[in-house]
Design a protein around this ligand. Structure first.
Ligand code: AMP
Length: 325
């Protein structure tokens, strides 16, 4: 089970941190993937763009290879049971632990004008989404590690108090380690809302991709063979490892280690490899977006599957809590 907030265009971080794993998992597991529209309300209370953004995230997931017939692909707010489980879990979550959450502290710093209770209990809502399907594996990027730890705490607390209902949820990535796709300027991660010129979006036009990659920070190159790479250079190699062929990566590693690297050439190569990777996805998204009726059907079908699983879990939850009078 996993979700993505409809707060803007999806980017390479969303792809390599999350969606790439969704697509592999769909052939191996019973999967629930959602557009997290309720979560987006914690930071984006204006709903005028929400519908457009929900449809776009759905289309982007499908264009990346997710098959709505294999998985439940749905919209979070269509599964009303989420709100009920969120309420029960809130009674098991302590203010102290919620206030210590890194993402909460970041958002307080960035938006001091809107520190709402939903923001504080964001990890509780996320736990409700996950355990509503009694999910064990949660494909997410590295930024979600702490939230998953909290999800384990909340669900274990429920199990301890009311009876063993939930398996322990764990962050999942096929390559064992969780991924963080860095931003092109070497500061932090690619993100939907911050630092847009240093983030490569799946919707970016070819020339914009080239422009962004060519602006990535470099220097005069190493002066000693086999020296360590500064963070911003390691980031460029990291991005290359995501989309370029082994030969290309080996060539630039060799050049770096022998102090003959030409960063201009390296960035040109990376830009072309990024264009080859992103442009087919972008074109597919645009085709899918043209068929709103199809996307609506996908969402309805997904909500039916998700609600069936949610209803079954909530029966167990109410029974365990003794709420059947
Ligand atoms: P969000 O965009 O915050 O709704 O996140 C959706 C998914 O994308 C989550 O699983 C995140 O962990 C993942 N994600 C977002 N940004 C990155 C990034 N720069 N690198 C890796 N994963 C990311």
């Amino acid at each position: 089970m996993s979700g993505i907030r409809p707060t803007g265009f999806l980017h390479l971080g969303n792809y390599f941190g999350a969606i790439q794993n969704y697509v592999k998992m769909q052939d191996e597991f019973e999967c629930y993937f959602m557009v997290a529209d309720l979560h987006s309300l914690t930071t984006h209370p204006d709903t005028s763009e929400l519908k457009t953004n929900v449809y776009r995230v759905l289309a982007e997931n499908i264009a990346c290879g997710l098959d709505p017939d294999k998985v439940a692909l749905y919209c979070q707010s269509h599964v009303y049971e989420t709100a009920e489980l969120y309420l029960y879990l809130n009674m098991l979550a302590y203010i102290g632990e919620l206030e210590k959450t890194v993402t909460f502290k970041d958002k307080v710093r960035l938006h001091p004008e809107n520190i709402n209770a939903g923001l504080l209990t964001y990890p509780v809502l996320q736990t409700a989404d996950i355990i509503l399907h009694r999910a064990s594996y949660v494909p997410v990027g590295k930024d979600q590690e702490q939230h998953l730890e909290m999800a384990r705490n909340f669900s274990n607390r429920f199990n301890f108090r009311y009876g063993e209902i939930f398996p322990e949820p764990h962050a999942f990535n096929y390559n064992q380690v969780l991924v963080k796709v860095p931003s092109l300027d070497g500061s932090g991660k690619m993100s939907k809302s911050e630092n847009q010129l240093a983030t490569l979006f799946l919707a970016d036009e070819d020339d914009l991709i080239r422009k962004k990659v060519m602006k990535a920070k470099t220097d005069n190159g190493p002066t000693e063979n086999n020296s360590d790479k500064p963070d911003y250079i390691e980031n460029i190699f990291g991005l290359m490892r995501l989309v370029s062929s082994e030969d290309v990566i080996a060539k630039f590693e060799h050049d770096y280690n022998h102090c003959v690297i030409r960063y201009g050439d390296m960035k040109k190569q990376l830009a072309e490899d990024m264009v080859s990777f992103i442009s087919p996805i972008r074109n597919k998204v645009n085709d899918i977006l043209n068929d709103e009726a199809y996307l609506k059907r996908v969402m309805q079908q997904g909500a039916e599957k998700a609600r069936k699983s949610a209803k079954a879990t909530m029966e167990l939850v109410r029974e365990a809590m003794g709420l059947h009078y």
